[in-house]
Design a binder for this molecule. Structure first.
Ligand code: UT7
Length: 340
């Protein structure tokens, strides 16, 4: 049944922005440390830690897929929110490592959690995917079309990493996070956002093969073009510039200054990128939520995981202001300011 026929009534014309009602996360149990990587490629704990801030990352089992991790995070969010899966109107999954090209990972998860009424689709904006999905969900809630939306960031990046390439294989990890969104009367929820992209620079962070441009052939597999290719230095520079600009634009749209924020959740790619953003915003690193050291770069999963862990640690109170800022392949970037 299509829910798009449910138009907001004339009396509901005030914008009803989305609030995060509950969170969940899932991390695979297998830990891959920097010492483990020393045995796989020519690298060192010292190089990885000093250049990135990463100590270890989680790796999913061979038979554990993006949808399994996403469903586990989703079930926790449902349980913590006391929400019945049957009341979910829409599931949006941000991922660049879908189980299958189609059905979408959102459809796999819809089935796994029994959200029978929910519409479901995937959204691809690489590491910025979770924030793109959050903003998309907010539009459906603000328009009154949907009441309860699940947004999931889930990635099995270990399946698209070239484990022979030390430039990239030390950086990424697997995991999933989920949030449930509703309009909460009296709460301001999502206050402002900034989304952006520069498709002209897509080549500096990409997976060249596997789509219709370069289908998988034995030659493609020999060249390992089905894996992540990245010009690290270029990406680093673009990330710092785009994240700073996006965060500042978003704060301006919200009518806030960085000093009003309780927490900043940055994309977890490199501690040095976060440090540069902190300096530019003139905010102490104590206000930045980090999970990079434990999980590496989990792309679209890192933000909902960080949100969940911060909430579970009792470090989020109603009314707290949060900035989330991300950057990823595409190139894409995104920021949101929300009131918890
Ligand atoms: O989420 C998507 C967004 N992704 C990012 O934001 C990643 C952004 N980029 C980065 O985080 C950094 O550029 C890296 C961590 C990827 C690399 O750090 P870097 O300081 O830019 O190093 P580099 O690429 O300039 O490499 C310096 C040296 C090179 O050796 P030579 O050419 O100077 O002899 C690399 O071959 O370090 C070497 N190197 C390594 N050495 C040991 C590269 N990877 C490794 C490694 N272990 N794992």
């Amino acid at each position: 049944m299509s829910h798009l026929s449910q138009k907001p009534s004339a009396t509901e014309n005030v914008r009803r922005s989305a609030s995060i009602i509950s969170t969940g996360a899932y991390l695979p149990s297998r830990i891959l440390t920097n010492a483990d990587l020393e045995k796989m490629v020519e690298t060192s704990d010292d190089w990885i830690l000093s250049r990135t801030g990463i100590r270890e990352r989680r790796i999913a089992r061979e038979d554990e897929f993006t949808s399994d991790m996403g469903a586990a995070a989703a079930r926790q969010a449902l349980e913590l929110g006391g929400i019945d899966p049957g009341s979910i109107d829409l599931i949006i999954v941000a991922t660049c490592t879908p189980d299958t090209a189609f059905p979408s990972t959102a459809c796999h998860i819809q089935h796994k959690i029994g959200a029978k009424r929910a519409a479901a689709f995937d959204l691809q904006a690489a590491c910025s995917g979770f924030l793109y999905a959050l903003v998309t969900a907010d539009q459906f809630i603000a328009s009154g079309i949907y009441k309860t939306i699940m947004v999931i960031g889930a990635e099995k990046l270990s399946s698209i990493v070239n484990w022979q390439d030390r430039n990239t294989c030390v950086l990424f990890g697997d995991g999933a996070g989920a949030v449930i969104l509703q309009h909460r009367p009296g709460a301001r929820g999502l206050l402002a956002y900034d989304l952006g992209a520069d498709g002209g620079q897509g080549d500096i962070l990409s997976i060249p093969a596997g789509g219709c441009r370069l289908p998988i052939t034995p030659g493609v597999l020999d060249q390992r073009l089905q894996y992540i290719q990245m010009s690290g230095k270029e990406v680093f520079k673009c990330a710092v510039t785009a994240m700073n600009r996006s965060a500042e634009d978003c704060l301006e749209k919200a009518g806030l200054k960085a000093e009003h924020l309780r927490w900043i959740i940055p994309h977890q790619a490199n501690f040095r990128i976060v440090d540069a953003v902190a300096q530019r915003l003139n905010v102490s690193l104590e206000h930045f939520v980090m999970n990079l050291d434990r999980y590496g770069n989990t792309s679209s999963a890192c933000m909902p995981i960080a949100l969940h862990e911060t909430s579970m640690a009792g470090k989020l109170e109603r009314g707290d202001l949060l900035l989330m800022v991300s950057f990823g392949g595409g190139l894409t970037w995104a920021s949101t300011v929300l009131e918890w």
